[in-house]
Write a protein that binds this ligand. Structure first.
Ligand SMILES: [Fe+2]
Length: 295
């Protein structure tokens, strides 16, 4: 079957038809999806009722899977899914809803802040593939912001000012914004800040984009309050309505996005009453955004 991509907005977000994610893809189909991601940054697939194994197999077409470890407060013996899948749900390992004041749930509420997946790792993620297995009756959308369009819309003085800036990202910074600062010494080590450039260039299209996330807590060489005020301004700019697509989930949807060109956030839903079971596979990036200086 031929893969067809219908643009939902000019240059951002495509809807894909002509592919069954349960089947092995041809090289042409994989290439068409990759080209679609280069151009649209977000691709939506409907009616894809897949198992975890099928999701992992499909994901491997796009590179190495980044294991979902070191990303939250869930301990290895509390996991519901294998480490190849990030558990984007409100369930514990017995498929029961997490309690309102469960530490893991409070930490995961940070997903409602704008971010790019794994920006808190030295080598941040390339693609994320999110499969909607059970979706709530209301709320729980995922919103995506086009960070290329946001960059393009900056004035020239700002583009010049940010060209060489380096930020420090950590899960402690994003959670700290929600007042969650209660980390153990081991968690503080796990969430040690990493450096990321503020402006990225896409390796295929050459387009520049803002590399922002709520994980960004300071700019190297800047006083922290000044850095945070500026990063907040840039985030406000980048998430204006004209740059944002809201995905309303239907069970069986799968959405792939390029973390190098987008930010996203989950939206609120009745989390202590309704199940939202989403499972994410993540494709690892190939290198840090900040190159180590030669000795
Ligand atoms: Fe995310």
């Amino acid at each position: 079957m031929t893969v067809t991509i219908r643009h939902l907005t000019p240059g951002f977000v495509g809807e894909v038809e002509g592919v069954d994610l349960r089947q092995k893809l041809t090289r042409d189909q994989v290439a068409a999806i990759e080209a679609g991601l280069d151009e649209c940054a977000v691709l939506v697939f409907h009616d894809q009722k897949i198992t975890d194994e099928q999701q992992v197999a499909f994901s491997r077409n796009f590179g190495e899977i980044e294991l979902a470890v070191g990303t939250n407060l869930t301990k290895p013996n509390e996991r519901r899914l294998s480490t190849e899948l990030a558990d984007i749900s409100n369930l514990d390992r017995d498929n029961k809803l997490l309690g309102r004041d469960d530490r893991r749930r409070m930490f995961n509420l940070g997903n409602q802040l704008w971010h790019s997946d794994s920006a808190f790792r030295a080598t941040p993620a390339k693609y994320s593939l999110l499969s909607g297995r059970i979706v709530p009756s209301t709320g729980g959308n995922t919103e995506f912001a086009d960070m290329r369009a946001a960059y393009d819309a900056l004035d020239e003085a700002t583009k010049a000012e940010i060209a060489d800036l380096i930020c420090e990202h950590s899960l402690m910074y994003s959670r700290g914004l929600l007042g969650f600062t209660d980390f153990t010494p081991e968690e503080r080590v796990m969430f040690t800040p990493v450096q990321q450039v503020l402006v990225r260039t896409h390796p295929v299209t050459g387009r520049k984009s803002l590399f922002l996330a709520s994980h960004a807590g300071t700019i190297v060489g800047w006083p922290m309050p000044e850095a945070r005020a500026f990063l907040r301004d840039l985030t406000e700019h980048a998430t204006q309505r004209q740059f944002v697509y809201a995905h309303r989930w239907t069970a069986g949807d799968l959405v792939i996005w390029d973390n190098r060109q987008t930010m996203h956030r989950a939206r609120r839903y009745r989390e202590t009453q309704e199940v939202r079971d989403m499972r994410r596979t993540t494709i690892a990036g190939d290198r840090p955004t900040v190159q180590a200086k030669a000795a």
